[in-house]
Design a binder for this molecule. Structure first.
Ligand SMILES: Nc1ncnc2c1ncn2[C@@H]1O[C@H](COP(=O)(O)OP(=O)(O)OP(=O)(O)O)[C@@H](O)[C@H]1O
Length: 286
């Protein structure tokens, strides 16, 4: 792509991948190659399968067919090097836990119980994870008392408490104001650069990601297309993907995507996630 040398090991390599919800294929055939250390924005209408894809890559949902390799290995062998941050949990779901305990709860030593021998490595891992997201000062604060942006940082720290190389973030920008969104994106960009971490990040609005992402993955109608913004986000490419005539307009550095004869609210730059998308004409694969 773009004449760039191709890496020997892809962070994500999928061919004809099917992603399932129960017995239903949400994504019917996805070809994907993502270079290590890249930041990929994952977009698509409500129900197009963004969460399903991330949960498949995280090994939470089983694959329904095709091939999938992560970090050069079959998913089962790479799983411990994959971190996943789910969509925001409802208020009150943290049960009074503080940020340090929240991060530490994911440390893999917890699985076998915490003996005195494990306490020091766990403390070190938690401190390092909080520090890597500039959240050391939040360690003693209850999760419930954090702002949305602070909480998102701590959630990312939790995913980094084990030595991961692929980080999957499901809508980390939702319900954040533009400044907090920018803070999270700068953090993610830095993690890619400094730790060679590969990040897939789902979002509804492409615009905040334009300055930071290396590749766009657009999902529609059970399929997906990956490339640079210019390669993917244009009328011809999206029309083919959706199977509908799509229009892409650029104005003042913003990108607007909508059906050529309609309205698709979730990709407006001002769209948050707090309103009803039920009339979205471009819902995912049926
Ligand atoms: N727990 C579930 N059980 C069964 N079907 C589900 C479940 N979660 C999602 N689905 C279905 O799978 C399809 C893909 O959903 P998914 O959440 O992956 O889409 P999405 O692109 O992340 O959507 P959104 O933008 O609304 O978060 C949808 O049709 C949805 O109804």
């Amino acid at each position: 792509m773009n004449g760039q040398p191709q890496p020997e090991t892809w962070a994500v390599e999928a061919s004809a991948l099917r992603c399932m919800r129960g017995d239903r294929a949400v994504i019917t055939g996805l070809d994907l190659r993502i270079a290590e250390g890249s930041l990929v924005g994952v977009f698509g209408s409500n129900g197009s399968g963004k969460t399903t894809l991330l949960q498949t890559l995280a090994g939470i949902l089983g694959e329904g067919g095709g091939t999938l390799r992560l970090l050069g290995r079959p998913l089962a062998q790479a799983r411990t090097e994959v971190g996943y941050v789910a969509q925001a949990v409802p208020e009150g779901a943290y049960g009074g836990i503080d940020a340090r305990s929240f991060v530490g709860a994911a440390w893999r030593g917890e699985r076998w119980g915490l003996g005195w021998r494990d306490a020091a490595p766990r403390t070190q891992a938690v401190d390092a994870a909080l520090q890597s997201v500039d959240a050391s000062h939040l360690a003693g604060r209850p999760m419930e008392a954090l702002s949305g942006g602070e909480r998102q940082r701590v959630c990312i720290a939790q995913a980094l408490v084990n030595p991961v190389r692929l980080l999957l973030l499901d809508e980390p920008l939702s319900n954040l104001d533009p400044r907090a969104q920018q803070g999270v994106l700068e953090l993610v960009r830095r993690l890619c650069r400094e730790q060679a971490l590969t990040v897939l990040l789902t979002a509804h609005d492409i615009n905040p990601l334009l300055p930071v992402m290396d590749r766009v993955l657009y999902l529609a109608a059970g399929r997906g297309r990956i490339g640079t913004v210019d390669e993917v986000v244009n009328a011809a490419s999206l029309s083919e993907l959706y199977g509908l005539p799509m229009a892409v307009a650029r104005h003042d550095g913003y990108v607007f995507i909508h059906p050529a004869r309609g309205f698709m609210p979730e990709v407006s730059p001002h769209c948050g996630h707090g309103h009803d998308h039920a009339h979205d004409p471009l819902g995912g694969a049926r």
